[in-house]
Design a protein around this ligand. Structure first.
Ligand SMILES: Nc1nc2c([nH]c(=O)n2[C@H]2C[C@H](O)[C@@H](COP(=O)(O)OP(=O)(O)OP(=O)(O)O)O2)c(=O)[nH]1
Ligand SMILES: [Mg+2]
Length: 128
């Protein structure tokens, strides 16, 4: 099975975390952390800065790594590096997603996360 390398940003502000709802594709309407596929020759950090610029028109600084999620979807293996991130500038404009929410710890389970994210959510809760 092919492996897809992905990076995701857990943007935290004021004790809340930024979640986005996918606007297209196989996982449409599922909730995720913004980010995307790492391109050839890119470091994970560079890929994440680029993806957040593309998807949210926002400049971030990438912080500590939270976890690397390994998950088997029916048609591919996902290897997803997840990082804490902070906004440097920009207004989190939804260029590709259909909705977004700032979620408190108590609200983290109130959206329908993609299957691969469920384990990560538990780790994040411990750390926020
Ligand atoms: N960004 C992101 N992707 C996730 C998460 N959880 C999860 O299973 N995925 C999966 C969904 C996709 O199959 C893949 C990420 O691809 P993506 O669609 O965001 O990639 P991309 O931004 O480069 O978009 P595209 O140009 O390929 O359409 O990882 C998550 O929390 N964030
Ligand atoms: Mg994406």
């Amino acid at each position: 099975m092919k492996t897809v390398k992905v990076v995701a940003a857990v943007i935290q502000d004021n004790k809340k975390i930024f979640a986005t709802q996918r606007g297209y594709g196989d996982f449409k309407d599922g909730w995720e952390f913004p980010g995307g596929k790492v391109e050839i020759g890119e470091t994970p950090e560079c890929a994440l800065v680029r993806e957040i610029q593309e998807e949210l028109d926002t400049k971030i600084s990438v912080g500590k790594k939270i976890d690397c999620v390994e998950y088997d979807y029916p048609t591919f293996h996902l290897s997803m590096e997840c990082y804490w991130a902070e906004i440097i500038s920009g207004d989190l404009v939804l260029k590709e997603h259909e909705a977004s929410r700032w979620l408190s710890k108590e609200e983290l389970n109130s959206v329908n996360w993609l299957p691969a994210d469920l384990e990560l959510i538990e780790k994040i809760k411990e750390k926020m």
